[in-house]
Design a protein around this ligand. Structure first.
Ligand code: FMN
Length: 379
């Protein structure tokens, strides 16, 4: 009976240790991958709590004894010496302990224990091997397939978490010393319902040419990616972002907006304003950079999304490029729905000359690169 109780104790202690290791590891994974509700972590935590309670219950007498000894008076040296646990029977001398010699002899790989040791090592090696990245693709796979395969998380990617992928950059791109156009607050305009906007959304390329108002442009930018909330003192925006790191910048090529000069602007999201980067009629240039798609010159505005990759990279490493494209998609759908709701039309454009468009925006195409264009116009 006593033996069974001891076995249960040891079993619970072993599982408790495993649960503690699992809780720490899954917590680390959840933090590295920004998994806000990681089920393994949650259940490992619950298991740990239950086992900890059982452990305390089963070892209560020992624990209480320890606390009593620890907080009453220190044990005298004589008491220690007379403690049978510390006595000569605890020696590891193989002569004094005949079983020790047998234990050493049984570590041969041909013994049963040796065989299990080797098998366990092999099994461990197999699982560790599965944690490493392997790119198993047929010859001739395109770079996208290779990237996709390579950016799949494996549990040993955690090791990559300890290597530095650079500093976290500022979340706001600032143009100092340029003229600023303040945008009116978005107000409480209510257009179509979400259902109607989704229902009616189409890619529209025929625009009337009538000007857009500054209020409309303000709402368009705000509902696309404006700051609309705050959590723990940190601003949150209209579109979701991995780790709330906001890698996407928005530029606006203005062709026809009341009260705004034609030219190139950058959306200063924190201040909800437009920073004026370039003057002039850019219709011809944007059409050429957009592979001669004429409607880019007929819209009221063309919004260009770029990504500043380091904003994601320091945290998400190889998955950065996936997240940047996904986030551009979120913002683009907001453009479509906001435009539709205000009675305007939008069209996404993924076909453009990268280098020329990057030069037009004066971004290097590497640290920051253009990803997506959206024309928006009155229809
Ligand atoms: C990633 C992506 C890239 C696109 N690129 C272009 C483009 O370069 N030129 C264009 O006219 N339309 C482009 N479109 C719009 C599609 O042609 C359009 O969404 C599709 O025909 C479906 O029509 P709908 O949006 O009206 O439902 C693009 C759409 C997406 C999602």
């Amino acid at each position: 009976m006593r033996k069974t109780r001891n076995d249960v104790r040891y079993l619970i202690s072993a599982i408790l240790l495993m649960a503690a290791v699992t809780t720490v590891t899954t917590g680390l994974i959840a933090d590295v991958w920004d998994l806000n509700d990681f089920i393994f972590h949650k259940y490992a935590g619950y298991t740990l709590a239950v086992l900890l309670t059982a452990h305390v219950y089963l070892h209560w007498s020992r624990l209480a004894g320890y606390i009593r000894r620890r907080f009453t008076r220190p044990p005298s040296r004589r008491a220690k010496e007379s403690d049978p646990q510390q006595g000569p029977s605890a020696t590891t001398d193989p002569v004094a302990s005949p079983g020790a010699g047998r234990r050493t002899a049984s570590r041969s790989p041909f013994s049963r224990r040796g065989f299990f040791g080797v098998a366990l090592g092999g099994l461990g090696g197999f699982f560790v091997g599965r944690g490493f990245k392997t790119v198993d693709l047929p010859y001739g796979s395109d770079v996208g397939e290779i990237y996709h395969e390579w950016s799949k998380p494996k549990w040993l990617s955690l090791l990559g978490a300890v290597t530095s992928w650079g500093q976290e950059p500022d979340r706001y791109k600032v143009y100092a010393g340029v003229e600023r156009v303040e945008l009116p607050p978005p107000g409480d305009f209510r257009g179509l319902s979400t259902e109607d906007a989704i229902e009616q959304r189409r890619s529209l390329r025929d625009y009337t040419g009538e000007p857009m108002t500054l209020d409309e442009l303000s709402r368009l930018l705000y509902y696309t990616g404006g700051v609309n909330a705050e959590r723990w003192g940190r601003p949150l925006r209209a579109a979701p972002s991995a780790g709330a790191l906001y890698p996407i910048e928005m530029y606006v090529v203005v062709h026809q907006v009341e009260g705004v000069e034609r030219g190139l602007y950058h959306y200063a999201v924190r201040e909800h304003a437009l920073d004026h980067l370039r003057d002039g009629d850019l219709r011809g240039e944007i059409v050429r950079n957009g592979l001669m798609q004429g409607f880019l010159g007929e819209a009221n505005v063309v919004i260009v999304f770029t990504a500043i990759f380091q904003r994601l990279r320091w945290r998400y490493k190889e998955r950065t490029y996936r997240y940047a494209l996904l986030e551009a998609g979120h913002l683009a759908q907001n453009v479509y729905l906001a435009a539709t709701s205000m009675g305007m039309g939008a069209c996404a454009v993924g076909a453009f000359l990268d280098s020329r468009l990057n030069s037009m925006l004066e971004v290097d195409g590497k640290k920051e690169a253009a990803l997506y264009l959206l024309s928006v116009g009155r229809v």
